[in-house]
Design a protein around this ligand. Structure first.
Ligand SMILES: NC(=O)c1ccc[n+]([C@@H]2O[C@H](COP(=O)([O-])OP(=O)(O)OC[C@H]3O[C@@H](n4cnc5c(N)ncnc54)[C@H](OP(=O)(O)O)[C@@H]3O)[C@@H](O)[C@H]2O)c1
Length: 341
């Protein structure tokens, strides 16, 4: 008989709701408790998603011996504090993206997890989405040929009052860019250099950025924004195919591959526009497959005594955090008003 794994959730926002819905579909995931600063909100969340209990502070949740894994869905600026507290309490941790609000904070959490010997993973559900799993499988098998270049856009227009201050980690780079950086590193390997043009609002929060990543043998360009609705697409140009996720790259439903003849001539076959989606379920359930995969991965690792995920390793979280910081501090920065002195 498999022992259930006990889950605690910190935060009751929209992402916590999506996660709780996915948790309810995973066998042997016991929904132990949810913590919120507002007792009535925690109670409502616990009732809605059938958790055993509601806690009105994080420390009470962390003191509960029935909680094995803590899912951190608090505001980004609190991830560092909540992850360190959970690890100090001996819990395994999944921490929502972006892992922390700075690369320095990420390094502290990773060091704490490694010192404690506890499982810790960034909650980058995109890596567990079935379309992304299939795309990575194709790339790793060489089915598309060598990748030359890729472009990813991730951006939605948000109201200015949701951006906070620079230290809150709610600018474009960390809110949406992190998905693109993580996807690029996952699919095309580590990055050797990064350059960027970043635009900021009056408070200094990055509202949009155009980024160029050099992977050595290929490049990725990234557009990200919290002030403009972008196309939210991925396109990969490889020797034998152009592959794309045509929309919603942070919640992919479809992978389209247009293959070229193997002799290298760029002749597009009339009938070669073959959406792989025919082989992939595109239901709403699939849209949340990323969360289910993330939860299954954490339970597999915790049960097997593993402290890191091979799909979302901590070194790649650190790599992405450092790249985002470098892009944000790049010499190529310009302000919103380039004409101003
Ligand atoms: N993977 C995804 O698809 C996805 C989607 C959206 C967001 N996210 C990430 O998930 C995180 C949460 O996003 P959000 O938009 O829901 O953020 P948010 O609205 O800023 O806050 C989320 C939760 O943080 C909790 N919180 C705030 N201050 C707290 C405190 N002092 N102590 C304990 N809890 C506190 C709040 O819970 P209470 O008010 O109940 O206390 C709130 O429900 C962010 O890091 C974001 O980047 C991920």
């Amino acid at each position: 008989v498999t022992q259930p794994v006990g889950w605690g959730v910190i935060g009751t926002g929209a992402v916590a709701v999506d996660f709780a819905r996915a948790l309810a579909t995973v066998p042997d995931a016991r929904r132990v408790a949810v913590a919120s600063r507002r007792p009535e909100r925690a109670q409502r969340f616990a009732a809605d998603h059938e958790f055993d209990g509601a806690r009105d502070d994080v420390s009470t949740l962390l003191a509960d011996p029935a909680v094995d894994v803590v899912y951190i869905a608090s505001s980004t600026s609190l991830h560092h504090e909540h992850a360190l507290a959970a690890l100090a309490a001996g819990k395994a941790v999944i921490c929502e993206k972006p892992f922390t609000a700075s690369a320095g904070q990420a390094a502290e959490v990773v060091a704490a997890a490694r010192a404690a010997g506890r499982f810790c993973m960034e909650g980058m559900w995109l890596r567990f989405n079935s379309v992304v799993v299939e795309l990575k499988r194709q790339l790793d098998a060489g089915a598309l040929g060598a990748v030359s270049t890729a472009s990813i856009s991730v951006g939605y227009a948000k109201s200015a009052d949701t951006r906070g201050l620079p230290a809150d980690g709610r600018g474009a780079m960390r809110t949406y860019g992190c998905y693109a950086f993580s996807l690029a590193v996952h699919l095309f390997g580590p990055v050797q250099s990064v350059s960027a043009v970043v635009r900021r609002d009056a408070a200094g929060v990055d509202t949009s950025a155009a980024v160029l990543l050099d992977h050595g043998s290929s490049t990725t360009t990234i557009d990200t924004s919290v002030s403009t609705q972008l196309g939210n697409r991925l396109e990969i140009c490889a020797a034998q195919a152009v592959a794309s996720i045509p929309r919603s790259v942070i919640d992919p439903q479809q992978l389209v591959v247009r293959r070229f003849p193997r002799n290298g001539r760029r002749q597009v076959l009339a009938d070669a526009f073959a959406p792989l989606a025919a082989r992939l379920p595109a239901s709403k359930a699939n849209a949340r497959s990323g969360f289910r995969g993330e939860i299954a991965e954490a339970m597999h690792c915790v049960r097997g005594g593993l402290t890191e995920s091979g799909v979302m390793p901590l070194d790649e979280t650190l790599h992405v955090q450092r790249l985002m910081e470098e892009a944000l501090s790049g010499r190529a920065d310009i302000g919103d008003n380039p004409g101003a002195s």
